[in-house]
Design a protein around this ligand. Structure first.
Ligand code: GLA
Length: 382
């Protein structure tokens, strides 16, 4: 947890509202493998990380609520009986969305003040949005004694994103942010919404993230569009979700659906299998196999599901001839953000230097590197 950030949020809250806030940490996440499988009720393999959102919240005596986003030097005042999603509202819609979903459950919420700040780079695909949603619902649950379980809280966070932000996301981000465990990766079954935690020992290797520092337009509409394609194919196959499909089933539709749609469903079926194969590889301590599965995942995301971009592909390609890197792939929704790389610890320094140079030459901009620690999920800061 970022002590400096905690202090900033606390001091700013005291300064603004002359009251001590309750403080909540809610982490971002990485995902080892299983991309775009969550809304197909499949498997994913995420982990909460030591970067996230710190939120300070307390009841307010005034007739409205006030939210302050420290990183953005921005604030917003609103009334609980007059909530609406804002056009191009950015961070405000996450706050309003969570409040709206809580009120929809007929829970008793009073006016409150909120100050938050984060250290997850925005648009990096590390889920700053789920961290923000979870931090708010968790804090409001504490302050107003709403009695919500963590499971209910993540559904509220997810619905806020669906209904206020307009992204029809799966449950991976909210789940891993809320239920994360130190040093563990969670094998999450997105149909049952429960997980098994794995303490993975990468020995001489570690995971690092490389941020392309780009986020291409249309990523949200492309995301929703992928989800619709998957749901339509499930309907044609008369199954509940693509989790239940096999390549054989899908092949029956080959001539009946557009080839691009076929490829997308094929990707999801294969990626879901890869998650299970990763579990086997972990149990067999076969790091090479994990690396191979990461590369295969990237190929699928790039060529079949088509959610990658030049910058991500370039960073993955950079690793391919490097004997010290076992695997790499794009991570998260796509169209920018980070790659996740399994690299020999002793080689990180060299690799960073070379990659920075190559990326700068190719795109005339810098990429950024993050070493991450796997952390606990959303919690009160005592
Ligand atoms: C985004 C969504 C998640 C998931 C990933 C892709 O992060 O919020 O629900 O679908 O993309 O795996």
């Amino acid at each position: 947890m970022n002590k400096k950030l905690i202090k900033e949020v606390k001091d700013s809250f005291l300064n603004q509202f002359k009251k001590k806030p309750i403080l909540v940490f809610s982490p971002g996440r990485i995902n080892l493998i299983g991309e775009h499988t969550d809304y197909n009720e499949g498997f994913v393999f995420p982990a909460a990380i030591n970067k996230g959102i710190i939120a300070g919240v307390q009841k307010s005596d005034s007739t409205f609520c006030k939210a302050i986003a420290l990183n953005k030097s921005d604030s917003y005042e609103f009334k609980l009986n007059n909530l609406k999603s804002l056009k191009n509202g950015g961070w405000k819609n996450y706050v309003l969305g969570v409040v709206f979903e809580i009120l929809k459950l007929d829970l008793k919420l009073g006016n409150f003040n909120l100050v938050f700040a984060g250290d997850i780079p925005e648009g990096a695909g590390m889920s700053s949005s789920a961290a923000l949603e979870n931090s708010i619902v968790f804090a409001l649950n504490e302050v107003f004694h709403l009695g919500l379980s963590k499971r209910k809280m993540i559904i509220i966070s997810q619905k806020a994103e669906h209904n206020y932000v307009g992204v029809k996301c799966g449950i991976m981000d909210q789940y891993s942010s809320m239920f994360g465990e130190k040093k563990s990766v969670l094998l999450l079954d997105c149909r049952k919404i429960n997980s098994i935690s794995f303490k993975i020992d990468f020995n001489d290797y570690k995971l690092i993230l490389i941020n392309t520092n780009v986020k291409h337009q249309l990523s949200e509409s492309a995301y929703n569009n992928r989800r619709i394609v998957c749901e339509n194919i499930s309907k044609s196959l008369k199954i509940r979700a693509l989790r239940d499909a096999t390549e054989n089933n899908l092949n029956k539709l080959l001539k009946k659906i557009p080839n691009e749609d076929y490829k997308k469903a094929l990707y999801v079926i294969q990626e879901n299998k890869r998650v299970k194969e990763t579990v086997k590889a972990i149990n067999n301590k076969n790091l090479k196999m994990i690396g191979l599965l990461l590369y295969q995942s990237h190929e699928g995301l790039k060529n079949l599901y088509k959610v990658s971009c030049d910058e991500l592909d370039f960073l993955v390609d950079q690793t391919k001839d490097n004997p010290y890197i076992l695997g790499a792939r794009m991570m998260g929704g796509g169209f920018g953000g980070c790659t996740i790389n399994l690299i020999k610890k002793s080689e990180v320094k060299n690799f960073k230097k070379e990659t920075l140079k190559a990326y700068l030459k190719e795109f005339n901009k810098n990429c950024s590197f993050y070493s991450i620690k796997l952390s606990e999920g959303t919690c009160l800061i005592k």
